[in-house]
Write a protein that binds this ligand. Structure first.
Ligand SMILES: *Cc1c(COP(=O)(O)O)cnc(C)c1O
Length: 394
């Protein structure tokens, strides 16, 4: 069953900007280093297939996804470049991977054995990248345990060991840990080379590392964030000219006069400070609005800041409040964001009316998770192709 939402919210994707950003990254890394464009999570909310076509049109060499299904969707759309599936496969998924000619990551001997069996059954070699655990703590062979099983692993029939890689845990925040991870990776590569095992694609860099550590680019970089017009948190590179690829919009549903002293929304957390006008927007946490990722504080100072902000917001200071934009004029969200509706104070904005478009500054990481898979193409004012997404439930 498919329930379509008619909520007047939409995301605008500028595919030209995605193409421009891809070309920028290509120029940065040069012709010696391959570009794997990461298109997981529906291309960071931008639409898997149109983005894949766009980045390939600008010279990306390979695509990276998290799940097998994403790889299959690329193949079914006729895309035949190398596609690496990052996550480990579940038992039963190996046959499809081999049949669709996708590449998988292997983090254990058991995974490799299942894949080898599938390759033999189907009669086609499976392309594999060996994943090394160097400090992310999620997937990959721990170097010592790899050496214990290496002989068995690399003698399994039907597997083509094309690549070897690792993933950085804190490329922007912790240079010494990043170098340590890189060292650990390089020594695994060296040990394996000593045993006569070589890989044509060694890769460790995500967007942050590709920017900060040119010497770590090796044979290929795996870049997502930069293609979507964002610099990773804490990283700036003036040499790279990135364009915005994404914006999230809604419309004013209703205007509500409110008096000083009234409260707004669930829990009555906001008290109106002066007579004003509120605009009601059809956007809420269902769309990811207001849901920010709250990582555990990284240290005492971080914890102090978190607690400080909580106290200020309890006292009514607009700490961490969300703003939306009407004709580029900011308007604060007041009261709790609901499942489907939110309120903003528009008392200071002139030319306000029902149906007026409102741009929402929401963290992409959040909104993209709940946005829509359907898209329609239309042409942009500048003549470029834009794909428009309606907020929709798949
Ligand atoms: C998501 C992901 C990337 C891309 O990371 P960005 O920081 O968005 O460039 C690279 N490698 C792996 C394994 C990933 O999961």
């Amino acid at each position: 069953m498919c329930i379509k939402s008619s909520a007047p919210c939409w995301v605008e994707i500028n595919l030209n900007a995605v193409g421009h950003n891809t070309a920028q990254v290509k120029e940065l890394i040069g012709s010696e280093v391959k570009l794997m464009a990461v298109v997981k999570s529906n291309a960071y909310g931008h639409g898997l297939i149109p983005v894949a076509q766009t980045v390939l049109g600008q010279g990306a060499d390979a695509l990276g996804v998290t799940h097998l299904e994403e790889g299959i969707a690329l193949r079914e759309a006729g895309i035949d470049v190398p596609v690496l599936v990052f996550r480990p496969l579940l038992p039963g998924e190996q046959d499809a991977l081999v049949r669709f000619g996708l590449t998988t990551s292997v983090s254990s001997l058991a995974q490799a054995e299942l894949l080898s069996e599938a390759a033999l059954r189907i009669g086609v070699n499976a392309s594999v990248h060996l994943k090394i655990e160097t400090g992310m703590g999620r997937t990959g062979f721990v170097p010592e345990s790899l050496m214990e099983v290496a002989e068995l692993l690399f003698s399994l029939p039907g597997l083509e060991w094309e690549g070897i890689y690792t993933h950085f845990a804190s490329a922007a925040g912790d240079p010494s840990f990043t170098r340590q991870q890189f060292q650990a990776f390089q020594s695994v590569v060296q040990d394996l080379a000593g045993r006569g095992i070589h890989f044509s694609l060694r890769h460790v860099c995500n967007s942050t590392a590709a920017l900060l550590y040119p010497e770590m680019r090796l044979d290929m970089v795996r870049v997502g964030t930069l293609l979507y017009g964002q610099f990773p948190a804490g990283v700036r590179n003036p040499g790279l000219d990135l364009q915005e690829t994404w914006s999230f919009w809604t419309r004013i549903l209703h205007l509500q006069q409110v008096r000083r002293g009234m409260t707004v929304g669930y829990g009555r957390t906001y008290r109106v400070k002066r007579d004003t006008v509120l605009a009601v927007l059809p956007v809420g946490y269902r769309d990811g609005f207001g849901l920010d990722v709250q990582p555990r504080p990284a240290g005492l100072w971080d914890l102090t800041k978190v607690v400080g902000k909580l106290i200020l917001s309890y006292l009514g200071f607009p700490v961490g409040s969300h703003y939306v934009y009407i004709n580029n004029i900011p308007a604060p969200v007041v009261g709790r964001i609901g499942m489907e509706l939110s309120c903003i104070d528009v008392g200071k904005i002139t030319d306000i009316g029902i149906g007026i478009p409102v741009r929402i500054e929401a963290r992409r990481t959040v909104v993209r998770a709940s946005i829509p898979r359907l898209y329609q193409e239309s042409s942009g004012e500048d003549g470029g192709v834009k794909a428009k997404f309606d907020v929709d439930m798949p």
